[in-house]
Design a protein around this ligand. Sequence first.
Ligand code: APR
Ligand code: ZN
Ligand code: ZN
Length: 336
Amino acid sequence: MVATGICRTDDHVLKGALKGIDFPVILGHEGAGIIESVGEGVTGLKPGDKVIPLCIPQCGKCSSCLNPNTNCCLKTHLSESQNVMPDKTSRFLCKGKAAYHFLWTSTFSEYTVVPVDAVAKIDDRVPMDKACLFGCGFPTGYGAVVNTAKVEPGSTCAVFGLGGIGLSAVIGCKSAGAAIIIAVDINSAKFDIAKVFGATECINPLDYSKPIQEVITEMTNGGVHYSFECIGNTDTMKAALECCHMGYGTSVIIGEAPSAAQISFDPILLFTGRTWKGSIFGGWKSKESVPRLVDEFMANKFNLDGLVSHTLPFDQINEGFELLRSGNSIRTILMF
Ligand code: APR
Ligand code: ZN
Ligand code: ZN
C-alpha cells in the first residue's frame, strides 16, 4: 500500500455498528498500492502495477455481474463474508495470531493480499494520494448521482451530509448540470467547501425549528427532483425521501445504516409517485469502471483537491480517526 483514506465505514466497524465483522481485523478500504507479487494463474496484473483494491468486487461471472443494471456482484460482503480470502484462510498474522481481512481490501497495512476480482489496475501516472479516493468516497458519491439517480441538467437536488461521500455527490450534481444544489449538514464548517464544489445553498437543520424536509420543500416549491442521503442515519433517510417532489422526486440512500436498523415511513410518499433507491459504490461495476474514472481524473474531468483535508503519515492513524470523529476533516489520507 502507498496511501489509504479513512472512511466513516471504518469507524462504524470500530464502534460495532456493522455486524458480521470478525476481530482482530485489519480495516481500511480506500487504498492505492503497487503490486508486489501475484498468485498462481493470475493474469492481467504484474508486479509493479499501480492498483486500487475494490471494496465491491466484480467477478464478471455471477448473475449480477452479467446484468447490466447492477454492480452488486454476488461476491460482495453482503452475500459472502470477506473476513477471510475466498479459500477461507486469512493471510495476516499479528504476533503469531491470525487477523481477519476486511472487505477483501484491508488497506491499513503496508502489505495486503486481495483476490483478483477485488483489485483494479490504474494508470501509472496517477498520484497515489489522490488515487486512493477512487477506492470508495469519490465513486460512491459521484456515481450515485450520475448512475443511480441519473440527474438531468436543470434539476433541483438536495445532498444530506457533507463528508467525503456527500461532497462527491455535490461534485456529481454540479457536473450533471443541476441548477439548484442544496447542501445539508449539522456542521456548518462544511459549507465553504460544499460551495466550492457547486452547492448553491447550504442549510443547517439546527438553525430551524421545523423539520429540514419541510424547509427544503418550501424552498423548492414542493420538493426536489433528487435527494441523496450520505450520512447513514435512518431519520435523515426518511427526511431525504420526504423532501422529494410528489410524482417525480427520487431519493437515493448512499449512507450505510447500522446493521439491523429499520425505517417506518408513510407509504403514501411512494404511492404518490416518489421513488426510493439505494446505491452501493455509486453503481459502478468496479473492476472495469475504476480505471476509467481514474483516466477521467487524469484528463481533468474532476478536481478533487478539496476532498483531502489532511495528509498524515500512517503511524498517525489514530489522529486521523479523531479528526473524522470531531468533524474537523473531510478525508484524511494516510501515507505509508
Ligand atoms: N443531519 C445532517 N448532517 C449530518 C447529520 C444529520 N442528522 N448527522 C451527521 N451529519 C453530517 C456530519 O456532520 C458529516 O459532515 O454528515 C457528514 C458525514 O460525513 P462523514 O462522517 O465524513 O462520512 P462519509 O465518509 O462521507 O460517509 C457517509 O456513507 O459509506 C457510508 O458508512 C458511511 O454512513 C457513512 C456515509
Ligand atoms: Zn468507504
Ligand atoms: Zn459477480
